[in-house]
Design a binder for this molecule. Sequence first.
Ligand SMILES: [Fe+2]
Length: 420
Amino acid sequence: MSARPDPKPAGAHACRADVFERCAAVRAASLERAAPLSAEDQCVQSMPDASPTKWHLAHTSWFFETVVLQAQQPGYRPFDARYGFLFNSYYESLGPRHPRPQRGLLTRPSQDEVLAYRAHVDAALDAFIESADAHRWEAALPLIELGLQHEQQHQELMLTDAKHLLSCNPLQPAYAADAPGGALARETAERLHPAALAGESLRWLQRPAGLAAIGHAGAGFAFDNELPRHRVLLREHQLASRPVACGEYLAFVRDGGYRRPQLWLSDGWAAVQSGGWRAPLYWSEVEAERPLVYTLHGPRRLDADQPVCHLSFYEAAAYAEWAGARLPTEHEWEAAADDGVLDARGEVWEWTRSSYDPYPGFRPMAGAVAEYNGKFMVGQLVLRGGSCATPAGHARASYRNFFPPGARWQFAGLRLARDV
Ligand SMILES: [Fe+2]
């Protein structure tokens, strides 16, 4: 973002200055995450579930262009009318699109053209923020905020997708070197790997039976899937004070966890066999005293005190079974977070035993973005918390992440629960 609007003391203009600043910061953060990657790194797609960095950079710009500028700015001219086909992700109401598994074939537009696309959208967004009349501003403000939250979701995917891509390279390259002064800002560089649990021993938190209020409350942003707030009945239970650590998970591996079908859900056992799973994704040399773990800093020996991650739901559920416990429901997790006994934003996402369903009375957002969340509410499990790759300030206690049960490439671990 180039120019800044004149600072005005109060009222709607002050609010616009805040939005302007926020847009600049969030959009810049995407480029910061892309910066350590070469143009070649940014074009390749390692699997159908992952997208190239270049595609993320273009798609998030397409979202602002389509949902904010084309909808709210009279006379807005798209940077390239063909980009809607290339960079629409899944919005049926916005027309046909390039197949997701073939995003890595888009060697054109070039890296430079995608960056020019971003700059075009940034400038148009700046001009809109500065000049939109009150009526349009009011209509656009929630959509701009949605665009920023959407971009932050893609920032997390940029890291997890790049990690999967680089892990496929026999050179096992680091996304970013540990040395200070690299391309990444210090704050981001420290968040490329889950922080260790500092040897904190597991405690069981007693959680009472009763009605709990679940869902977003208050004036801040929330996705439609966090609403409406409603009450659920919880049974008395216990919740672990921290996520499961790598050392604990290694004991499960050593105890034949991946060879004992009794511990696994049927679909999970099928995934173990078809995928040849013997340990979490990115672990190798599993027989070594300290297995090797591929990280965004390159390969490292396993740190027993780090929270285990890159697990599928199936692995999380099998571990819980082995440990004589179970996964918490998303309601148990949120009630504990609201009570202040859990960190609402952790180092790893935590699989829950809850299927990703609409809350009672769920109403999707209006317009094209009705497709944002609701249509994915089948066949997926909810994850709670946040991860080392989640942009600061993005997640909250009511935040509902979701993935299919076999997905392993996110920073996803688990916390144990048990019945009383
Ligand atoms: Fe998206």
